[in-house]
Design a protein around this ligand. Structure first.
Ligand SMILES: [Mg+2]
Length: 397
């Protein structure tokens, strides 16, 4: 009889990651209700709450002002992005010892495919334990681990195991594991859908699956079948490891005629940024560093880089940075023959758009989503930013 190969996937999710990093940096914060979030007059949203703060009902994405009402003693820390990035790198580096198949899905989450590592590392559960203990002992952070036969099951398992837990859903037990969970435990079923289903008296995954699929489709539209599959624990998506992942993304344009027209040059710059941001979003990644390249007509070439404050895939954030960089870099009164932009320090874009959800950026994000749909159907130049209309279509890819 052919032996079936069962893949073991691990979902590693750091517990209250931003707060935990702050607690390493400042041990006085340990064991206290702490939130990471901007000052209330700025970006007043909780990005992360310690488990002590969660006891008061404080949750991520809640306004800081509300969190302070719920727990007047809560300690509000503004957030240290560079440190989160640093600790995230340490965790990912640690995970890569166990398998090269590590897919980082957000700053504090990754999937590992353990297929073929049993001889080296032993039983999947003991690997999970080693990872959890190693992250604690070597880095000082708590992690929760879900173990399952696919990414979806591993993710739901880790959601249930939080904090500091390990849950392993054995192969063939997926359906019974899922059936008693509330429907909102299924990734992709958000508050709106949950409310809609609850109104139809559907609370659990089992109840959801007992409705005929055509009725589900009637209630939930096109997304229904996808959710129906998920509710059955079906997920064929693969673990995309880092070496399949681009290190940088760039685009440059050599002009037909060298130019010193800064109005035209900034329009080209804007066009390049638009194009690269579209590519980022199509690959579901965000960038942290932007590099500008200028080549003068005498072939002198200069490059200048700048780090963004946050990871982003939005031209509304990247273009102002690129423009400032350009204006400070283009100093000679000599025409340019080439202009280029490259984006690096790329990170997968999961569901979370930025560290501090900002209403203005969320609006742009939604708008871009629609623009991307139009471009996928009719081509990149089917819809252009008015600022980039000066750019000849011959530059388009
Ligand atoms: Mg987490």
């Amino acid at each position: 009889m052919k032996k079936e190969i069962i893949s073991y996937l691990l979902h590693v999710d750091m517990d209250s990651f931003f707060v935990s990093v702050e607690q390493i940096l400042n041990p006085a914060l340990r064991g206290k209700p702490v939130i990471v979030g901007g000052e209330s007059h700025q970006r007043g949203v909780v990005a992360c709450a310690s488990y002590e703060a969660r006891k008061y009902g404080i949750r991520a994405a809640m306004p800081v002002a509300k969190a302070k009402r719920l727990c007047p003693d809560v300690i509000c820390v503004p957030g240290t992005w560079s440190q989160y990035s640093y600790y995230s790198g340490k965790v990912m580096h640690f995970l890569q010892q166990f398998t090269p198949a590590v897919e980082q899905v957000s700053i504090d989450e990754a999937y590992l495919n353990l297929l073929g590592t049993e001889r080296l590392w032993g039983h999947p559960y003991s690997v999970a334990l080693k990872i959890q203990q190693g992250i604690k002992n070597e880095i000082g952070l708590d992690a929760t681990i879900g173990l399952g036969s696919n990414k979806l099951i591993a993710k739901i398992a880790s959601d249930i195991a939080k904090p500091k837990g390990i849950v392993w859903i054995l192969p063939e037990y997926e359906t019974s594991f899922l059936s008693h969970l509330p429907i909102e435990a299924i990734p992709g079923i958000g508050p709106k859908t949950t409310q809609m289903l609850n109104e139809l008296n559907i609370q659990t995954v089992q109840q959801f699956l007992s409705i005929p699929s055509h009725l589900v489709k009637q209630a939930l539209g096109n997304n229904a079948l996808f959710l129906y599959h998920k509710a059955q624990g079906i997920d064929y998506s693969m673990v995309r490891s880092e070496h399949e992942f681009p290190k940088s993304m760039g685009r440059e344009i050599t002009f037909h005629n060298d130019t010193e027209d800064t109005y035209y040059l900034t329009a080209v710059l804007h066009y390049l940024i638009e194009e690269l941001c579209t590519r980022l979003r199509n690959h579901q990644i965000m960038c942290h560093t932007l590099t500008l390249k200028l080549r003068y007509s005498d072939f002198l070439t200069i490059t200048k880089s700048c780090q963004l404050k946050y990871f982003s895939d939005l031209s509304v954030e990247l273009f102002p940075v690129a423009k400032t960089l350009f204006l400070s870099a283009y100093t000679r009164r000599v025409k340019l023959r080439l202009i280029g932009i490259s984006l690096s320090q790329l990170m997968p874009h999961n569901y979370q758009h930025s560290l501090f959800p900002d209403e203005h950026l969320l609006k742009w994000s939604r708008l871009n989503h629609h623009v991307d749909q139009i471009r996928k159907k009719y081509g990149f130049t089917s819809i252009l930013n008015a600022d980039t209309l000066a750019v000849p279509l011959s530059f388009s890819t």
